[in-house]
Write a protein that binds this ligand. Structure first.
Ligand code: DC
Length: 231
């Protein structure tokens, strides 16, 4: 199996890029942020005290999280309920960032992610895919852009959905999530040592897809020529 890991901060465009590349290569695209968002949703619904280790352990005993791929699109299920449309709010983004700092939550989701990569060719995006989840991934990319650029893109997306947002507030949320994600003790956001870093602050989405596809194709060709590198 081939695994492509794409890590990077919130709003760098990982999901749009990964989805495009997965379609081109016929791989499954796994958005691991959706898993943390789903646990964040449950914690929000049940008002779980995330400072209380017992409450967090109790929460994890009560839930099952599953990913299903319907017409190539990932859907995420919480105790059998398709919660995919409910996990994209700013509130759940922040909850996801908070639950993702908890070691039991990360341990709970680890095997699910690894299992998908054992059974499928995957392109998986997240924060710790190349460092922790799939350290043996054959291709590792780290996609980033300046916080200002990511905030502007997010505001444009929201405006297109008819939900205009305040740029300064979106920027503050992005900075807060960057800080949380990269300063947590466990599996912090950082490029794997063998990752190629792409900064797309000055690139369009299509230019980013083209750049990353080129990097991936070069690496795939090298792997075909030297199959012992595969794991
Ligand atoms: O990629 P996203 O914005 O949907 O991720 C939501 C949160 O989940 C993000 O703040 C950090 C966390 N996350 C993580 O810690 N590890 C991952 N592999 C994916 C997401």
């Amino acid at each position: 199996m081939i695994a492509i890991a794409i890590d990077g901060p919130a709003g760098a465009g990982k999901s749009s890029v990964a989805r495009g590349i997965a379609r081109e290569l016929g791989f499954i695209y796994v958005d691991t942020g959706a898993l943390y968002r789903t646990i964040g949703l449950y914690a929000r619904r049940r008002s779980v005290d995330l400072e209380d280790d017992g409450a967090v352990a109790g929460m994890l005993e009560e839930i099952t999280v599953e990913l299903k791929f319907i017409d190539g699109e990932q859907r995420v299920f919480l105790n059998g309920e398709d919660v995919s449309p409910l996990i994209r709010t700013a509130d759940i983004s922040m909850m996801a960032s908070r639950v993702s700092a908890l070691p039991p939550v990360r341990a709970f989701l680890l095997e699910l992610q690894r299992d998908l990569a054992r059974k499928n060719n995957v392109i998986m995006d997240g924060r710790d895919i190349g460092t922790v989840v799939l350290p043996g991934a054959q291709i590792k990319l780290f996609l980033t852009a300046s916080p200002e650029c990511r905030a502007q893109r997010r505001c444009r997306e929201l405006a297109e959905k008819g939900e205009p947002a305040d740029l300064q507030q979106v920027l503050a949320e992005i900075r807060q999530r960057d800080y949380n994600d990269s300063h947590r003790a466990i599996a912090p956001l950082k490029p794997a040592q063998d990752a190629q870093v792409v900064d797309n602050s000055d690139l369009t989405l299509q230019e980013t897809i083209d750049t990353m596809t080129r990097l991936i194709r070069t690496r795939l060709t090298a792997l075909q020529m030297n199959p012992t590198e595969r794991c």
